[in-house]
Design a protein around this ligand. Structure first.
Ligand SMILES: Cc1ncc(COP(=O)(O)O)c(C=O)c1O
Length: 455
């Protein structure tokens, strides 16, 4: 690395430290003093970026720097975007992204047997073991997103025409994984509380057996669904699946990395997690973990032999297409892992904050929560049609008025103009930020003469 690039990296690392400080301070802004210290931090960031722009860096690094500038929204705003919250990177992961940006940077020390999960420098092999034990399963692989986990399992288990049980709230990627394998999804209807129950799952299995003459080959259920973030009784559903001898895939896209997950305790044959949704990792990343019984099937190695050259690639795993996450994506995931491992212990506090906010939102007359209540997750679906949206009807900015009000007070992440029935996520916000967030919603309500029942 030449000295100019080196200097630029140093500047970027310093930038990360400043950004972290800013992240912690906001929006604890209670007076002009706080404001000026934040502005001072921001101007330091700008200065570093200006220096880089002025020519200290290579074009690639300048590009990274300008992206970082765009992402300064995290220092300047509270972001309640529903799907980004728990995927936001740690400072360590951000540094790792820069340092390991080259595509195959993880592969310098790839020696026999030539496979990603066997590399010991950087410590990728032990990371795989840690991942497996993190979700209490026997073996794990990193994968490019939860969807690739569904794909690997479906491709192994599902033959043409086979049925796979999913929830009536299943994510579309589960449908696609089954379709690609030639199978057919069979949805368990959700009940009046928007939940999938073990009884309904058993009924569906019976119905499929009657209709097709065959049992489904897989049951795949989301612990928390993406529409309401309601908690489904995965443990009892896994038990039902096993009573029919059907393997159970636990979709932990909204759990692995934010709350403790014990695959064995749940009775999962497969645990799938999403790195960029819940493990503070770059996209696309995720984890597929399984039991020692299933590992040889899901992680089977290639039997293919070249008909002319007679070449064999025996150690490569078919479903993983040999290797999965290379370079900065994987190292980013690894860099965040110590934080992720620790933060799952604070899930209850996150849920408390979520409920504090939702309670306060419900105090704004006309507002509803469509997710199960009390909340068991930080992602919630709310309905403000009869509160804020009443104002929108006569406001000159129409449906954009709420977003305007929020962003002018430092809150972003909702889809501007789409705030009648909408989702938000409070994961990772400090108590100060949560209080500020709630005060802001209530103050906007006050301003527009919507009654707030402050109790
Ligand atoms: C419940 C659920 N499962 C799976 C996925 C897909 O995750 P990934 O983007 O990691 O493939 C999502 C993404 O939104 C999801 O909400």
């Amino acid at each position: 690395m030449d000295i100019r690039t080196q200097k630029t990296f140093e500047a970027l690392f310093a930038l990360e430290d400043i950004r972290e400080t800013l992240r912690q301070r906001l929006p604890n802004v209670t007076g002009p003093e706080d404001e000026s210290s934040i502005l001072e931090g921001v101007s330091k960031v700008r200065k570093i970026l200006d220096d880089i722009e002025a020519g200290t860096g290579t074009p690639q690094v300048r590009k990274i720097a300008s992206n970082i500038d765009i992402r300064s929204r995290e220092e300047m705003y509270i972001n309640i975007q529903p799907i980004q919250a728990a995927g936001r990177l740690t400072p360590e992961a951000r540094k790792a992204l820069i340092a390991y940006g080259d595509g195959y940077s993880t592969c310098d020390a790839c020696r026999k047997p030539f496979r990603l999960d066997k590399i010991t420098s950087p410590p990728i092999a032990p990371f795989h073991e840690q991942l497996a034990s993190f979700v209490n399963m026997d073996a794990a692989r990193v994968i490019p997103g939860a969807r690739r986990g569904f794909q690997a399992v479906a491709s192994t288990l599902v033959e043409k025409g086979d049925s796979v049980i999913v929830s009536g709230l299943a994510h579309y990627t589960e449908f696609l994984a089954v379709e690609e394998a030639g199978g057919v999804v069979k949805e368990v209807p959700i009940n009046e509380h928007n939940l999938v129950t073990p009884d309904a799952t058993a009924e569906k299995i019976e119905a499929v057996k009657k209709e097709t003459g065959k049992l489904p080959v897989l049951v795949m259920i989301d612990h928390f669904d993406y529409q309401y973030a309601n908690e489904h009784d995965v443990k009892s559903i896994a038990k039902v699946a096993h009573q029919y001898d059907i393997p159970f895939l636990y979709n932990g896209a909204y759990t692995v990395g934010v709350m403790p997950v014990d695959g064995k305790e749940i009775g999962a044959d497969f645990v799938v997690g999403s790195g960029h949704k819940s493990m503070a990792s770059p996209a696309p990343s995720g984890v597929l973990a399984t039991t020692s019984e299933w590992a040889p099937k899901i992680f089977r190695t290639t039997q293919m032999v070249g008909d002319v050259t007679k070449r064999k690639f025996g150690i490569k795993e078919v479903e993983m297409l040999g290797c999965t996450l290379m370079g900065s994506t994987l190292i980013g995931m690894m860099a965040s892992f110590p934080t992720v491992k620790e933060r799952v212990n604070h899930w209850e506090e996150e849920v408390k904050k979520s409920n504090y906010f939702i309670d306060g939102l419900l105090a704004i007359e006309g507002s509803k929560v469509l997710s199960e209540y009390k909340r068991k997750h930080t992602l919630s679906k709310v309905d403000t049609t009869n509160s804020f949206d009443i104002v929108a009807k006569s406001h000159k900015r129409k449906g954009f008025f709420l977003s305007d009000e929020l962003s002018s007070r430092g809150i972003i992440g909702e889809f501007a103009g789409a705030t009648r029935v909408w989702k938000l996520n409070t994961y990772g916000l400090s108590w100060e930020k949560i209080r500020y967030l709630l005060d802001t919603f209530q103050n906007i309500a006050d301003k527009h003469e919507i009654k707030v029942n402050r109790g």
